[in-house]
Design a protein around this ligand. Structure first.
Ligand code: PDD
Length: 287
């Protein structure tokens, strides 16, 4: 079951007008929220980031916090999987085609749930390969915009190279992945690029930094150069659906020893513990 503009229905019945500005202009924002054992993970943080994205595109939030919580709760109930991936999508709505905002327009609200597929155990234990690519996106990558053509093309490039992700480089520095954030380990220190307009402020990125802080793992938040990326001991990617995954080959060359490193093993275990703790503590992931 999905939710569209006030109603829950099977996806086959869902219809939107072709003049929807999401379809015509990519004029909208989205979120992806993982649900573990029917508990939405970091829901409050996702809703806060949604609000930030909406503010950035000057679209009024169609619902208050309580309403979103209720709609998402109901959607989780109506879908069978224990672990789900909730997709939230809000566009400026349907109107005669004109770039500037139309007056008196009702936003389109679409929510769907799919079974959550986290990476298979083999990817966790062996790591995955990535390519590097020039970050040719716009300069507001902090907005979780539905217009994802550059990200689509970059991810496709990675897939055609037999890899899972493209690590993006802009002006000599690493920004993030096509659909993930990137961490680097050098000299036993976990490095994270600072949040700015050139990367999405990842919810998983925040969890990893919080875990590093809580468990006294040496870390620094600072810009990471291409040379530092290429000579890293470890590279990780993070996202709501991929969790934390080691990149063990970059552009065909092994990263460190070419196997997931010790810092990754530690962070992966901490992340899984944290996740399980959230699942056992009703309400914890649903602030
Ligand atoms: N993508 N950077 C980009 C460009 C992303 O698209 C994503 C997530 C992330 C990681 O953010 P988070 O940890 O909050 O999931 C970083 C989602 C999963 C997607 O588009 O499907």
């Amino acid at each position: 079951m999905i939710y569209l503009n006030g109603e829950f229905m099977p996806i086959e019945q869902a219809r939107i007008p072709v003049l929807d500005r999401g379809f015509i202009f990519g004029d909208g924002v989205y979120e992806v929220i993982p649900v573990y054992s029917r508990h939405p993970f970091r829901l409050a943080e996702h809703l806060r980031r949604l609000q930030d994205s909406l503010n950035s595109i000057r679209l009024a939030n169609p619902h208050d916090h309580q309403t979103w919580m209720r709609l998402i709760g109901r959607l989780v109930e109506l879908n069978e999987a224990q672990d789900q991936s909730i997709y939230m999508h809000i566009t400026r709505g349907p109107a005669k085609r004109d770039h500037a905002f139309p007056k008196d327009i009702t936003p389109t609200v679409f929510l769907m749930s799919n079974p959550l597929t986290i990476p298979p155990q083999q990817q966790v234990s062996d790591g995955v390969c990535a390519i590097t690519a020039v970050d040719n996106r716009w300069s507001r990558c902090d907005i979780k915009a539905i217009a994802l053509l550059p990200n689509v093309l970059l991810r496709q490039e990675a897939v055609e190279a037999g890899c899972v992700e493209a690590v993006l480089l802009r002006d000599g520095f690493m920004t993030e992945g096509a659909a993930s954030n990137i961490f680097v380990v050098r000299a036993g220190v976990m490095l994270a690029p600072p949040k700015d307009h050139l990367m999405l402020p990842g919810i998983t990125y925040d969890v990893v930094l919080e875990l590093a802080q809580a468990h006294r793992i040496r870390h620094e938040v600072r810009k990471i150069s291409e040379a530092e990326l290429r000579s890293a001991q470890e590279i990780w990617l993070t996202s709501s659906t991929k969790e934390v995954l080691a990149i063990t080959r970059l552009d065909g060359a092994p990263v460190g020893k070419g196997t997931p490193g010790p810092m990754f093993a530690r962070m992966y275990a901490l992340y899984q513990d944290y996740k399980n703790q959230v699942m056992r503590t009703p309400g914890m992931g649903v602030a």
